[in-house]
Design a protein around this ligand. Structure first.
Ligand code: HEM
Length: 315
């Protein structure tokens, strides 16, 4: 019964997403617009309270074991997990026997460590950065269906200065099914990614993982940090509102103030030494093509290097 309910909610959401854009706001969207954030907050609060209760009453291990047992009885999980684990560790060896390599084991697995080192959760920050990147790519694709990179200013029927880019943002926020929430997820995932990339860099620094032989990965990481920040900057300009315009002006000033090659940099990055409608098109192309291309390639090399070299032991 419960499963049917969950399935119908998922299917219902997919159907709503596929609905054509209409001038009328559906009821569900109205409810979500009003209650999404209180609802998310309540859910988080309930999760924290439940885990806290289980932890302090000593019931947490029992609950985890119980849940695992319940799932295992129904889905034979243990069998599939051990099969997946065996396959995971043999995959490289099967494909490239000469390499003599297997997939990397975690520190806990390799040394059969029974205790949890308090720093281990920080080792997930690189993975979390990548996760945020995937979320940004998916939500970005959805926004790309509706966004128009046209920065030319004109005066609308009400006498307000506007642009194709700004109007398309208004469309996403008010007319497109789930547009505002997809935009909000894109916005917060971007914040999350900047924070997690920075914290990941701090983790790498404080455990000394940047040292020989991982210097190349550190340098790739520095470039990835710049790519991440530049992603944020170019995206901030796209709505072509006052904030975006102000950010573009500051960026242009910074670029032109570079000695000797300032005007050239402004030309390359902003499409000229003045802010015009073309600036938006340039930012758009950087945001949806150039940066994703460089970022994706570098992330793949970065993570492949981690795989080849293994995780560094804490120094
Ligand atoms: C888009 C940004 C980035 C992504 C997706 C990413 C992803 C990852 C992942 C998944 C790992 C495996 C271990 C872990 O998760 O901690 C890793 C390790 C590493 N990262 Fe990053 N990273 C990014 C940015 C950076 C930055 C900014 C730096 C430093 C300037 C950096 C330097 C390193 C180094 C040196 C390692 C090896 C650490 C070790 O062996 O313990 N990365 N990265």
């Amino acid at each position: 019964m419960k499963l049917r309910l969950i399935l119908s909610v998922i299917l219902g959401s997919i159907t709503l997403l596929a609905l054509p854009v209409s001038a009328e706001t559906p009821l569900l969207e109205e409810l979500m617009r009003k209650y999404t954030f209180p609802f998310i907050f309540l859910q988080l609060l309930m999760v924290v309270l439940t885990v806290g209760y289980l932890y302090f009453t000593g019931l947490l291990p029992k609950a985890i074991f119980g849940a695992w047992q319940w799932l295992d009885e129904r889905f034979a999980l243990r069998k599939y997990v051990s099969f997946a684990k065996r396959e995971y560790y043999s995959v490289v060896y099967t494909l490239l026997p000469a390499s003599g390599r297997t997939m990397p084991q975690s520190h806990t697995e390799r040394y059969n460590v029974k205790a949890v080192w308090y720093w281990y959760p920080f080792y997930s920050l690189g993975g979390l950065s990548f996760f945020a990147y995937i979320i940004l790519a998916i939500t970005g694709i959805y926004l790309g269906f509706y966004y128009v990179p046209d920065g030319d200013i004109y005066v609308d029927a009400d006498g307000h200065a506007t642009s194709g880019a700004y109007e398309s943002m208004k469309l996403i926020m008010t007319q497109v099914s789930f547009g505002y929430i997809i935009r909000a997820i894109h916005h917060w995932a971007a914040h999350f990614m900047v924070a997690s990339v920075f914290l990941h860099m701090m983790r790498v620094y404080f455990v000394g993982a940047y040292r020989n032989p991982r210097e190349v990965n550190w340098i790739l990481g520095v470039i990835l940090l710049m790519v991440t920040i530049f992603f944020g900057f170019t995206g901030y300009i796209l709505p072509w509102d006052e904030l975006g315009f102000a950010a573009a002006s500051i960026g242009l000033e910074m670029a032109t103030s570079i000695p000797a090659m300032g005007p050239l940099m402004a030309q390359i990055v902003f499409g000229g030494t003045q802010i015009t409608g073309d600036t938006v098109l340039r930012m758009y192309w950087l945001h949806i093509f150039v940066l994703p291309l460089i970022g994706t390639v570098l992330m793949i090399i970065h993570m492949a290097l981690v795989w080849i070299q293994g995780e560094a032991e804490p120094h």
